[in-house]
Design a protein around this ligand. Sequence first.
Ligand code: FAD
Length: 287
Amino acid sequence: MLWDLFSSMIPPIASDFVAGESPAEAIAHVREINRGGVGGIVNLLGEHYSERSPADADREEYCSLLADLGCGDVDGTISVKPSQIGLDVGETVFEDNLATIVERAEAEGVFCWIDMEDHTTTDATLDAYERHATETDSGVGACLQANLKRTPDDLERLAALPEKVRLVKGAYNPPPDVGYRDRDRVDEAYEDCLEFAFREFDGGIAVGSHDPRMIERAKELYDAYGTDFEIQMLMGVRTAAQFELASEGYDVNQYLPFGPKWLSYFYRRIRERKENALFALRAVAGS
Ligand code: FAD
C-alpha cells in the first residue's frame, strides 16, 4: 500500500524535499520561494548514466528548463551533475553536453552551476569549469568539497577566475588518502576554505551549508573582507532559516531537485538525518 503511494505520485512527505516531477512544478516552486525573497537552483534528478542517450535527453531537458527560467520574471539558476550529462560515458560527451547547456544558459541570461560528484570526477569537472569560466562570459559556477585534501590547492587555482565557487563539506566519503571523514576535521577544513575564499576570491562565494556555525562565520568574513556571498541550502532543510536570512537581506538560494527519479534522492535525505526520518514516519502515521 505504501509502495502504491510512492509509485503513483510524489507523496506529501517527499514533496518537502523534491519540487515535483515536471519542469512546470519546479518553476512553480521557484516562483513561490521567490515571493519570500529566496532564489531557486533547479536540478533535474539523474546521475551516472552509462549510455549517451539519457545524458543527451537530460541535456535537452535542461535547455528547455533554461528557456522557462530565462523568461525574466523568475529568480532561478540551474545545477547540473557531470555524470548526468555523460561523464561516465566519456569526457568528450560530458564536455559537449555541458558546452551546449552553458551556451543556452548564457543566451537566456541564467547562471549555470556544476555540481561536484566523487573525487574521481574532480579533475574533469574543474577543467571543464575553468574553460567556461575563462573562455565565455557565461555565468558558470563550480562546487568544491572541503572534505577533499586537494581542495586548498584547487581553491588557489580557481581564485583568479572571474566566476563563482560553491563551497560544501562534501556528500561523498573519500578514501582516507584522498579526504577526511572525521566531522570535526571536515568542519575545520571548511572554515579554512571559507576564510581563503573570502580573502582571495573576487567572483563571489556560495556557502552551500545548513550549518549555523558556518553561516555565522561567513557573515564575519564578509564584514572583514567585503566579498560578495550567497547562502545555499537544500529544499526541505532549515526552510524557516532560509526565509529568515533572506528577510535580513542575505542572498539566499534554495537547491531544488525535481523529476521522475525522485525516490532515491528522497531516501538519501531521509537516511542522512534522524530528524528527517522521524518527520517522515510521523507524516506516514498521520496520513
Ligand atoms: P552538516 O555538517 O550535515 O550539519 C551541520 C549542522 O547544520 C547541524 O548540526 C545542524 O545544525 C544543521 N543541519 C544540517 N542538516 C540539517 C537538517 N536536515 N535539518 C536541520 N538542521 C540541519 N555535496 C557535494 O559533494 N557536491 C555538491 O555538488 C553539493 N552541492 C550542494 C548544494 C547545496 C545547495 C547544499 C546545501 C549542499 C550540497 N552538497 C553537495 C552537500 C554537502 O556537501 C553536505 O553533504 C550537506 O550540505 C551537509 O553538510 P552541512 O554543511 O549542510 O551540515
